[in-house]
Design a protein around this ligand. Sequence first.
Ligand SMILES: [Zn+2]
Length: 407
Amino acid sequence: MSTALNIIHASQLVTVRGPLRARRGLELRDLGIIRDGAVTIRNGIIEWIGATDELPDKAAPEFDASGKVVLPGFIDSHTHAVFARTRTDEFEWRIQGTPYMEILARGGGILSSVKATRDAPALHVQLAERFFEHGTTTIEAKSGYGLNLETEIRMLEAMRTEPHLEVVPTYLGAHAMPSEFVRNRAAFVDKVIEDLNTIAERKLAEFCDVFVEPGAFTSDEARRIFARARSLGLQVKIHADEFQSSGGAALAVEMGAISADHLGAITDADIQRIGASNVIATLLPATLFMMGEQRYAPARKLIESGAAVALATDFNPGTSPTLNMQFVLSLACTQMKMTPAEAITASTINSACAVLRQHRTGSIESGKQADIAVYDLSDYREIPYFAAVNFCVATFKRGELAWRKES
Ligand SMILES: [Zn+2]
């Protein structure tokens, strides 16, 4: 039996329709808005979009979106959503000016999440239902709080067994140097490379990521890891130039990475490299905001260079405890001077490209999964404008109502 649903009378149906590739330059501003829009969903797939008065099949049950904005579900293409506990102590220490080295000495930082994750009896995607509540229908999530094969596998399994939210798994075995290897870096990199065989054999991850930054891993170490990952069929993502420019963005271009993420300290030369490449520049302004930084990634320069820009939360227990993409849009607009339309394209189709899901999701057009969010607003620009207030009232995942606000 087929199931059908018509979403009708959207004041703005923001389709973001167009080519199934990342948008660049002025394309980022083209949202393909249909006024008084309607969507027919059949068996979880979008069958038809257009104006409500042209709806071909009027018999299906209706969801009335009068006075509301309808958007593709957000794709949050960079998270660390599998973790064991929050780091609120560290949050408070940082506010009080405690130096990072002292935070580490008190047991804070990434390694505190590693200890908690290794010790946790069970792992899951944190706050998975809350993503739906805020209009997000697909996330990417990274391992990297295990730093040993057993715990890395447990993290990736937790993503695979998440029952509702679509989770794209990334192996981040080289996230930080575990304390047991500090005197033998090369042995740890060798171990990560060896463990890739098991990860690939068991199909636990689609992407391989490395944190390339002084204090984490060098470009040379990352290059070795990525060479093995590519040979096993995994795609590449890089934590690049987050705090210091250290060759991460250039390495992303060299390795044919799908995305280079953070880029807070990218050089002008590397902006041109990324702009001329297919690498998606994924910007994570919530991290810098939550760290109290004043300097953000150069979104305007990247867009002007022709780069395909995406946005994500970086949801993680240390530096970015937000999962609200609407808030990320507000930061993208106010701190990085992206227009609301650019920010929406960056959070939908371009983010879908950053997780290689552009054929299935990231826009509202016939043939795609019905991953759709409804906001109690009449103009899409009000999403970043009403900062830090959640206006999402309903979220559909593959045509099923994944969340609805009680009225
Ligand atoms: Zn990250």
